[in-house]
Ligand binder design. Structure first.
Ligand code: PEP
Ligand code: MG
Length: 326
């Protein structure tokens, strides 16, 4: 088994008829890059930068952030590294940034919403990411986007940061790609509009499922309703992928747990998902499934899934297909 994993590491994530996708890792710190390399991940689809902030007693300054981002970017040596800007609030708190108690923290002052109020904090992070982008292939990703206005606002602030670096003569990747997480249903439904403003989407199914199905992702009592294979989720995923592919050069990835769930692989592949980002240890298993099927068959499986009525039916159908593939 270990030997099989080692062999898999060197192989491409490609279907039997030559359709290639990207398999990349989710990380929370530079220490996690090793695991991604060991499991054959060719980049990072989600760098959760909030841990840099949470594991600190004070706000990490630009230098400290720059060093962390640079270390990750350099370790991937030209492979893409998607850095997500601060996603704090909800269940994640910072000791040095007191926030008011909220009735519904997951519907409240979180992520990009908070960054728009704490603009100095946001700009410090953006400058750190930009400066680090000079050392490889970085992409910037904004979390908790609900509509295109927020994308425009965030890009406006990013442009200010670029101007500041230009004035100081500091280097950065002037063609850095900018994308958004699709994790709020309103963003998924309007992804065709948002597509005009971005280079890529990454679907965050942990939140997208929570908000679409109205199921608190932390509440055990209702967890039986939390099903990424629910037809509503599959339709949203298809909407987002199609919106990106309608525009030249755009791609869609997924960085929620669903991306590393073997039960979802065939469907996501068949819907046209370009990039799968997951915890490093899931990469080999997902790669194996992708290599076992043709893109044509995966498309037929996705089509079939879209015509089923419940998540349970979808799961049964996929289980049968996986058994068939061996
Ligand atoms: C998600 O919501 O799917 C996601 C990847 O972001 P997080 O789990 O950090 O909220
Ligand atoms: Mg999320």
């Amino acid at each position: 088994y270990i030997k099989e994993l080692a062999e898999l590491k060197e192989l491409e994530a490609v279907t039997t008829d030559g359709h290639r996708v990207e398999l990349v890792g989710n990380i929370g710190s530079p220490n996690d890059t090793d695991g991604v390399h060991k499991n054959g991940g060719r980049g990072v689809g989600l760098y959760r930068t909030e841990f840099l902030y949470m594991n600190s007693d004070t706000m990490p300054d630009e230098e400290k952030q720059y060093e962390a981002y640079k270390a990750v970017i350099e370790s991937f040596d030209g492979d893409p590294v998607i850095i997500r800007t601060l996603d704090i609030g909800g269940d994640k708190k910072l000791p040095y940034l007191p926030l008011e108690e909220e009735m519904n923290p997951f519907l409240g002052f979180r992520a990009i919403r908070l960054c728009f109020r704490e603009v100095d904090m946001f700009k410090t992070q953006l400058r750190a990411i930009l400066r680090a982008s000079a050392f490889g292939n970085a992409l910037i990703m904004f979390p908790m986007i609900s509509g295109v206005s927020e994308v425009r606002q965030a890009k406006g602030i990013l442009a200010e940061c670029m101007k500041e670096l230009d004035e100081k003569g500091q280097a950065y990747d002037k063609n850095i790609r900018v994308g958004v997480m699709i994790e709020i249903p309103s963003a998924a439904v309007t992804s065709d509009i948002i597509a005009r403003e971005v280079d890529f989407f990454s679907i965050g199914t942990n939140d997208l499922c929570q908000y679409t199905l109205a199921v608190d992702r932390m509440n055990q009592e209702v967890s039986y309703l939390y099903n990424p294979l629910h037809p509503a989720i599959l339709r949203l995923v298809k909407t987002v992928i199609d919106a990106s592919h309608a525009r030249e050069g755009l791609f869609t990835g997924m960085c929620g747990e669903m991306a590393g769930d073997p039960m979802a692989t065939l469907i996501l592949l068949g819907l046209g998902m370009d990039e799968f980002s997951m915890s490093a240890s899931s990469i080999p298993q997902v790669k194996k499934i992708i290599r076992s099927v043709s893109y044509e068959d995966a498309k037929a499986i996705a089509e079939k899934a879209l015509n089923l009525e419940t998540g349970e039916e979808v799961k049964e159908m996929v289980q049968a297909k996986i058994a068939e593939l061996g």
